[in-house]
Ligand binder design. Sequence first.
Ligand SMILES: [Zn+2]
Length: 605
Amino acid sequence: MRSPLSAACLLACLLAAGGCGRNGPPPLLDLAPGSARGANVVLITLDTVRADRLGCSGHTPSVTPTLDRICADGIRFANAVTPAPITLPAHASLLRGLDPPHHGLRYNAEFPQAGGQPSLAGDLRQAGYRTAAVVASFVLDRRFGLSQGFDDYDDRVDSQRQHGGATLRNERDAEAVTDAALALLQRDGDTRPLFLWVHYYDAHAPYAPLQPIASTDPQALYTAEIAQVDAAIGRLLQSPALAAERTVLIVAADHGESLGEHGEVAHGLFLYDSTTHIPLLLRLPRRELAGSVVTGLAGLVDVRASVNSLLGLAPPARSDGIDWLATSRSAGQGLYQEAALPYFDFGFAPLYAWRGATERFVEAPQPEYYDLAADPQERHNRYAAAQSGADSRAERARQRLDALRLDAPAIPAAASALEQADPAVTARLRSLGYLGSSTASAELADPKSQIAVVNLHSDAVHQLDAGNAAAALALLDQARALSPRNEAVLRLSAKAELQLDRLDAAEVTLKAILAIRQNADSLLLLAQIRVLRGDFDTAATLLQQAEQSEPQHGGIAIARGDIALREGDVEAARREYERAAQIDPARTGDIARQRLRPLATAPKP
Ligand SMILES: [Zn+2]
């Protein structure tokens, strides 16, 4: 029973935006701090798993007996959300307890300034824990900064492998992940408590379950992959090292999957619940609160502070989350969300949202407001009604987002600060599709008006991956008709045209890209077409321009080597290829070594 508010506290509450400590909202979990002191901590992250795919969340028939058992033995947070529907930023928020603007990892890319920050792993290592992680995708490779605080960080993934008709790149399946985690646990003689993070990536597209199923329906294939993850978790949890009575178990997805809702096929572009509502489960050593369902708003950003509290450790010095053992969110207290992918991949406006317990406001060129209680599918944007005075909740939600964004750099600002800080990073971002737009956000296209272009582009990527360049080009022609100056579409078109040896068409496309933005990649491709045509003078000029745009691009040295070779100067070619391998090993090391191999046996002049 809560005590009534005293007059002094009432006054303090009115003055302080943060509410009144002892008499603030009741804790989300009725547990004593330190009640799990010394227990192992196992964190399982389910990449791309929707909350509604768990049997204990109502999915029938259930394909998740292991997760259902964890629900029965533990606590299910029914209203849990991620701050970003994309793998690296979401995992960083989970481990660091911070929103993306505060930890700095805004996208799946290398942000060097965002590495080496305090995290749950560091907290537990400092408290005497052995810390280990097994991750299943290159997106979580140690170079991106999440290995901080881990004694062991197993990020070995296959660069490419065929599986069930799909090409899986830079990932490993649930069985391999479980094998790696069990191997880590078999080490003898370590008596420290354990923090183990295991990441399962199977549910991420392409949907290719290990046990093939008869259906080709994406929903069925996706659900089959979740079943396969569930079975692997069952095997993992049989390990005696992870005995339930000595272990705090947390299971969470980094984000969901849209599966066609709002026109979005996968995730990353929008901020609706289809991709940001996540499963979040907590099982405690003595099965406290077993079978309970928490309906209060919870976030991935809460996990670090709450686990520290459960273990009786000091709270993180900085946190955007709450400690579930100390408080819950009041009606006006929501969570920050952002989508950087529209900006980085397509040059569209990035999205920002405020997610309350039953409402969402999305900041976009055409803003959106949803009443989730009345409209859980978020089909009816009520923002226009709010503008006419019919619904003041939308305006309050907008103000709450503005307040959360006060000390948070906007995504374009963060991207350009990064660009100025480190040209090598810029090059990497560009190779990932970052467009480096200098246009103000207000002038960028609203992603929801561009969903048809995004889906045509995504289908074209899959066709090109499967070796169907002609089919890809047909899709890209449709996308170009809808959005003639979309750089991502133009770049993919040029790639398809080059694969089809349509050099004239590729030249026209590349020049169209350069009319939007000078960039080394397009200049390089134009130069290579000129080399193929024997026009070495124009090629050399184009390469000089490319060098001005990006001096350390190894492709420039490769192209210069190719010209030297065609002119019969083997030594000059060798020098250029060696330079390419040296200045830009990540991007052009392999190509350079391929080019150098036949030259190794060529007689020196
Ligand atoms: Zn993910």
